[in-house]
Write a protein that binds this ligand. Sequence first.
Ligand SMILES: Nc1nc2c(ncn2[C@@H]2O[C@H](COP(=O)(O)OP(=O)(O)OP(=O)(O)O)[C@@H](O)[C@H]2O)c(=O)[nH]1
Length: 423
Amino acid sequence: MGRVDELWVILTVVTLAAIAGLIFVVGLLRGRGGQTKQLPQERAQAPQAPERTPPKANTYKTSAKIDTGGGVGTIDRPSTPTAPPPAQPPVDESAPPAPSEPEVVEAPPTPALEKPESARGRMVRLRERLSRSNTALGKALLSLLAGGKLDDEAWEDVEDTLLQADLGVEATTEIVDSLKQRVQVAGVPDEDEVRGWLHEELLKQVNPTMDRRIAATRIDGRPAVVLVVGVNGTGKTTTVGKLARVLVAEDKDVVLGAADTFRAAAADQLETWGDRVGVATVRSDREGADPAAVAFDAVKGGAETEADVVLVDTAGRLHNKSNLMDELGKIKRVIEKQSPIDEVLLVLDATTGQNGMRQAEVFSQAVDVTGIVLTKLDGTAKGGIVVAVQRALGVPVKLVGLGEGPDDLAPFDPAAFVDAVLD
Ligand SMILES: Nc1nc2c(ncn2[C@@H]2O[C@H](COP(=O)(O)OP(=O)(O)OP(=O)(O)O)[C@@H](O)[C@H]2O)c(=O)[nH]1
């Protein structure tokens, strides 16, 4: 082989070696680059992080807490259902893959705002319940008086019947005396005549001339303030909730104050009543918080939101009379630093009879009661308590509870009440 041929062989070998080395290096680089960069086509085929299921529209109500500035209460305003949240941003592809089973958070179903029944005519609707428990009184009186033989014994029976229905001694004596006079003049009556007399006598005792309106409209550019008091278990919180519904049905703007801080559940209970009809509740989240401070904040919140009326629920679980006086006195004084109190409603359980009467007297010494709410009249034959308590306190029964349903609170109507007793 000549020198030129040898040179060609060497050049060919070197060229081939250089090409092989280049191919090796390119191969290495490509192998690593596949892990750091993706080509568009490769990215399109790569497994995607599962898209998060967008939460459903927030259709349940939330309670936005607005600090009323008073330091204790927050006003829990039920918000109207909010707009759906904005669309999710594009998935960040460099993010680590999401878990394969994305968590789907189900929003609770929307509790639509309820439309409470109008207060007008409620007593007529509920009359049957009153009749069911109280017609015994009417029937007994009718059979005694129209029985034909009105001797002393018969009159004693009339008296006992009235007393058993909790009318009280004074009212009973007045009714019996008046009936005796009528018999003297008209002779022994027939049943229709007796019914007419009894209607007149009972109505007179129930006193239809008393003003039974509830202060629930703005006065001098501020909300009316209603304080609700009574022993625990009488139905106070329930009554505040039901009353809120009565007022909402009358298109009133209502604010609730949960000043029953003794029992944490009482504030929750009240808030639930409010939420159902879109009414805000001022409350403290702390059990045992100062009830006067919560009441103050509720009235302040009502003024700031230009409400028509603020209903303040209080605790009734008090150990003794002076304790009661102190607590209610303080609530009253603290509220009055910013607004007069327009109404103090005393809630009494009609089934407790004389015990209820004693409670009424104690409460009326602590605060100026302006109206009585008699609850559970559906469960007692002692409807006469209406008469007894009005006489004892000199204030009218303004509302009656006739069941556990949300709209089973009715403005007290004397004529409908007497009708129900005698039917
Ligand atoms: N049958 C009947 N039950 C009623 C009536 N009003 C209230 N209740 C029931 O009485 C019970 C007590 O009611 P609450 O409102 O919790 O009583 P409260 O006075 O606020 O009691 P505390 O919060 O413990 O002070 C509940 O089961 C009510 O449903 C009524 O008019 N008729």
